[in-house]
Design a protein around this ligand. Sequence first.
Ligand SMILES: C[S@@+](CC[C@H](N)C(=O)[O-])C[C@H]1O[C@@H](n2cnc3c(N)ncnc32)[C@H](O)[C@@H]1O
Length: 294
Amino acid sequence: MTAAVVTATPTSPPPQRPQDIPGWFFHADREVFGHLLRAQTDAGTAGDLLELGSYLGRSAVLLGDLLAPGETLTVCDLFDSEAHDPENAAEMAMSYRETLTRRSFEANYLAFHPRLPQIVQAPTSVLADGRIPAGSCRFVHIDASHLYEHVAGDIEVARAALAEDGLVALDDYRQPHTPGVAAAVWRAVVTSGLRPVLLTPEKFYGTWGDPAAAQRQLLTRDWRAEGYHLDEETIAGARVYRLAAPAEPPTAPAPQPPTPPRRSTPRRLALDLLPPIATRTARRVLAAARRRNS
Ligand SMILES: C[S@@+](CC[C@H](N)C(=O)[O-])C[C@H]1O[C@@H](n2cnc3c(N)ncnc32)[C@H](O)[C@@H]1O
């Protein structure tokens, strides 16, 4: 999470577009979720979707769009419940408490979908009890607590929930203020067979299956032709892609003040450096000269 693009107020009107929902889900990842999950469906891969950490629904609404018939989206979030440990409680108080309620999540979700997803209002650690059937998911989005112990647990939940070539997306794997996420993600890569597929500035995409299959699906879109930066890297001999979007399209164009006519640089410098009385005299002389010349 870097910055919220839209902030909620108690009287926020219903969102018109998913990107009007406050949250931390940005352009490149919206496009990657859409592309990879539609590609799975087109290839005949069915499975449920799971999100750990939904906040006000910005990413959950898109996951709801990407469900194929017969599939289920489950979201797990504390919403307005208490965290079970002091560090997680501090994280909640600092980042989410003022704006987050389960009711706001539900209202936002229902602005775009006729039915709510399955909601688990609890710490994500409860999902380790097997309530998500093993191997039932094709995609898991991890974006809940950013503390190492929690993320490490969430990665284990994802590993159990995912089908063979299922994908996991992990938020904030490289932000300066979330070192615990980085530690948990790269530990899983080194010790538990999580294989990187794609890195965006915000999210790590990986699989415990075959990364080449997902990478082939990624490359069916010509990202570079659309202005994205796409690079190929290797990590310990394994291929991984890096993708970054062109600048986030503005949510609403800011009104611009009329641009004053530009003066030539030496003349502007001279006017800026002269004392105010001399500047006024100089401006009068210049204006008279301009009138004479026009
Ligand atoms: C960064 S926000 C999620 C952002 C969301 N995915 C979006 O697109 O805007 C993190 C969420 O995780 C939730 N959370 C934090 N710790 C949690 C925990 N231990 N268990 C469940 N949810 C948690 C918070 O309530 C918050 O809604």
